[in-house]
Design a protein around this ligand. Structure first.
Ligand code: ADP
Ligand code: ZN
Ligand code: ZN
Length: 816
């Protein structure tokens, strides 16, 4: 008898591929083990065994596998079950899911490049073939699988490489994310004993015979008065001319006190942990309600205002889950911004916290993967971004999804275009675990599910310590313009409030939902605006580099001196982005330090961390930023938040624009006044009567929800209707045009009026590809599975038409 296996290969193949195996191999292999398999003319892939059987494939001759790579499964049945759900729900292939789910080091293939590891190796530990590869890497910085085949003079080298990776002799080449450990800055202040006026006078008298020390104290005073900020030791020595020995003497005498801001940003090192905090009555009640709700619901939504202490409530639930001996997954929209949270959890749970993130090196990811798989102490709590739903949990008890409304939980490109929140709910279900969603501004989807009693709902409407919600004021810029009360993009009110907050030594955040200097450059004479040669979009002016840049494909060119079209030298920069706001701030407040946080300034290594640290250490007085600012940051000294222009957000052409604007504005407002001092938020707008702005200024989620839901009912949008978006792409406009008309017509024959389009998106050409969108709306009562079946059938007919075969079709289920 002949034996076969069906294998998942990490490429987008519609079907599993079948290979031949010997009877011994068939006996040995299990679902979830890896094998290396030949594919196409000369490629080798790592495949995952899905099924073992004796039925020859129809339509092609099965090739034999190259080798077996594992002794036992590396993927659990539960994981495969989740992969299947993702593939079927998000309409992608198991290969797509495999590529997203496994660390690169698990899927060696002919294209893989390996590099030498940093570890020193005892050469006698290496087998002959391993040694040859190790040696070769002394002469060449990197090797491809093919090269290694050449060196070893044989096919089937993946097992050798796999062993070398396990021994840390080699690494899979990739961009390695390095951790950023901010420098500890030393600060000094006068010991509290001497802060009264009389005590101070006595002190200065006492020091009259130590003039250098006295000088230091006086300098400290004048610096404090001038800057109203913590005084760095380095500034004090520079200003007073005193040596560090003199400062040390003053510290030793107990006159000065040395301290660090942000000692809690240092890497976790010790074993000591602290007890979790005692909850206040509101938190306790929320906790009790969540626990009660979990008896009836698998998923509970915690709607808690910013700074209500949601995290401390999660901590109690996590403690409880650990006590039951179960694992916890804590999902966050973006790891880069959450160094703050990592430290907080490590304080309570010490080494039990692992972090998993696609920016970690493959080696680190493999380590976390294995710790989770083996249920190690080290990985009882995994803090991770969306890809951590793919980890091999074997005993999951709880998933916490913080900031559940965040769009970045949805993967946009490439497939699988999955939503990590929704996938996590399914993952929890497979494990019989509970899911807690948390947000100050829940997504309509989750709140709707709660209202329908599909999820439990718990509310926490009091800020911890009764800190007041920030005072939100709307500023009518149309009126301000008319009365000439605008300086650039700043209203007189904003300038007043900034002057006051900065004068008191507080920090200011300015939110501008767009990066760059100004979105477009326009010729005064003929109106021409420079366009991206690859995309249908105007180029954005970036003053800092004097460049024009495409935000879609990354194309850059130097800023033109004259108009390309008519030659006129009068080019006008219209609109405004973060860079321009920063420039204006620097002119308005030259004595304060301004910085910018957007995609451009955070791209490099440690981009975010550097800016966040600088803000925490009060090196920055005014931070101008895009929506990156909104994600759960906790800054102590920010008193004022200015939203430069609410209208660009509100008018964005997307059915979620209003919901998103509400969430963004409330989240960014939540950054103001998180301690005793009440925060202030100014929202500049041309349209202060807009309902969303009224709802933001009164923090009225319920009104926003009902009004938006009304629209979603009327216009048949999610969460009332499900939605699948198809995007067709091709470099030839006519081809994509004809293809999309064909596609939409076929869909209409099945779904009638629920098909919209084809339509060209606002930016119709990106990277030289023309785009067309088709939208399918799916009423709740219509079977989603049947709908997808029908789409797949149409897609297959589509692909069988010769002219259309080269058109790229992208399916996006629950598109964001
Ligand atoms: P949220 O996640 O709802 O925005 P946090 O959990 O970050 O709120 O809490 C806001 C602040 O209040 C944090 O600095 C936190 O340490 C503090 N806090 C919250 N609950 C407690 C508590 N029970 N005891 C002491 N401090 C608390
Ligand atoms: Zn472009
Ligand atoms: Zn011109």
């Amino acid at each position: 008898m002949s034996y076969y296996i069906d294998v998942i290969i990490p490429i987008p193949l519609q079907k599993l591929f079948t290979y031949g195996v010997t009877s011994a191999e068939a006996k040995f292999l299990k679902q979830g083990m890896r094998v290396s398999v030949p594919f196409g003319k000369s490629k080798i892939y790592t495949g995952l065994v899905y099924a073992i059987h004796d039925k020859a494939p129809v339509g092609y001759e099965a090739k034999d596998i190259e080798q077996i790579l594992d002794e036992k499964p590396v993927i659990t049945q539960v994981q495969l079950q989740l992969w299947q759900w993702i593939a079927s729900y998000y309409m992608c292939t198991l290969g797509d899911v495999m590529r997203a789910a496994l660390p690169n080091a698990f899927i060696l293939e002919s294209e893989t490049v390996v590099i030498k590891g940093a570890k020193t190796i005892d050469e006698s530990d290496l087998k002959d073939d391993e040694f040859l590869v190790y040696e070769a890497l002394h002469h060449q910085s990197s090797l491809k699988i093919q090269d290694i085949s050449g060196i070893l003079n044989k096919q089937g080298v993946l097992p050798v490489i796999k062993r070398l990776i396990e021994k840390e002799v080699v690494f899979v080449e990739e961009e390695v994310y390095e951790k950023y450990i901010p420098k500890l800055v030393r600060y000094v202040k006068l010991h509290s004993e001497f802060t009264s006026e009389t005590a101070l006078h006595t002190l200065l008298d006492d020091l009259s015979r130590a003039p250098k020390q006295r000088e230091v104290i006086l300098t400290l005073f004048s610096l404090s008065a001038k800057t109203k900020k913590p005084i760095k030791v380095s500034d004090l020595t520079a200003e007073s001319g005193a040596s560090s020995a003199i400062i040390k003497t003053l510290i030793d005498k107990g006159i000065l006190e040395e301290y660090h801001i942000q000692t809690d940003r240092v890497e976790y090192s010790g074993k000591e942990t602290e007890l979790s905090k005692m909850l206040n009555e509101h938190q306790n009640q929320a906790l009790a309600e969540i626990e009660a709700s979990f008896k009836m619901h698998r998923v509970v939504l915690l709607h808690g205002v910013t700074s209500s202490g949601k995290t401390e409530v999660y901590v109690k639930l996590i403690e409880d889950t650990l006590k039951q001996g179960k694992q916890v997954l804590y999902l966050l929209p973006e790891i880069a911004l959450t160094t703050q949270l990592i430290k907080r959890l490590q304080n309570y749970f010490g080494e039990k916290v692992s972090v998993f993130h696609s920016k970690y090196s493959s080696h680190e990811r493999v380590e976390v993967w294995n710790n989770v798989l083996n249920n190690q102490q080290k990985a009882q709590i995994v803090l991770g971004a969306r890809s951590s739903v793919f980890l091999p949990f074997n005993n999951l008890g709880l998933i916490v999804i913080d900031e559940e409304h965040e769009q970045s939980f949805k993967q946009f490109d490439p497939a699988p275009r999955y939503h990590a929140r929704d996938t996590a709910v399914v993952l929890a279900h497979i494990h019989g675990a509970k899911t807690l969603l948390g947000s100050a501004t829940p997504s309509l989807e989750s709140y709707f599910n709660a209202k329908q009693n599909k999820y439990g709902l718990v509310e926490l409407m009091y800020r911890y310590n009764n800190v007041l919600m920030p005072d939100i004021e709307l500023v009518d810029i149309k009126d301000k313009l008319k009365r000439k009360r605008m300086t650039g993009h700043f209203s007189d009110r904003l300038i007043e409030e900034m002057t006051e907050a900065l004068g008191q030594g507080y920090q200011v955040i300015l939110f501008q939902n767009r990066r760059g200097f100004s979105p477009i450059v326009e010729c005064f004479t003929c109106g021409h605006a420079p366009q991206c040669p690859n995309c249908d979009v105007s180029l954005t002016y970036h003053q800092y580099r004097n460049q024009l840049r495409c935000h879609y494909c990354g194309y850059t060119t130097v800023m033109h001196k004259t108009c390309e079209a008519c030659g006129s030298p009068e080019l006008d920069t219209k609109g405004f982005g973060t860079e321009q706001i920063e420039a204006e701030v620097k002119q308005l407040f030259p004595e304060y330090k301004a910085a910018r946080m957007d995609l451009d300034t955070t791209r490099g290594k440690y981009g975010y961390e550097k800016i966040i640290t600088a803000l925490e250490q009060q090196e920055i007085d005014i931070l101008v930023g895009t929506q990156m600012l909104t994600k759960g940051l906790d800054f102590r000294r920010v008193k004022l938040v200015g939203i430069m222009n609410a209208d660009t957000m509100l008018n964005f052409p997307d059915f979620r624009a209003h919901e998103r604007s509400f969430q963004l504005m409330l989240q960014v407002s939540g950054r103001a006044g998180r301690t005793a001092e009440r925060g202030k938020v100014l929202i500049q707008t041309y349209n202060p009567h807009h309902n969303i702005l009224q709802q933001v200024s009164t923090n009225n989620y319920i009104d926003m929800f009902s009004e938006q839901m009304n629209d979603r009912y009327n216009f048949k949008y999610p969460p009332v209707y499900k939605q699948i978006k198809l995007t067709l792409k091709h470099k030839d406009f006519n081809r994509v045009d004809t293809a999309s008309i064909w596609y939409a017509k076929s869909l209409r024959q099945v779904f009638g009026d629920y098909v919209l389009g084809p339509e060209a998106p606002p930016i119709a050409r990106i990277r030289n590809q023309f785009h067309k969108n088709i939208l399918i709306k799916i009423p709740k009562k219509q079977s989603l599975a049947k709908t997808k079946e029908a789409i797949i059938k149409i897609n297959n007919s589509f692909l069988s038409i010769k002219d259309f075969r080269s058109v790229n079709v992208i399916l996006n289920v629950d598109n964001f």
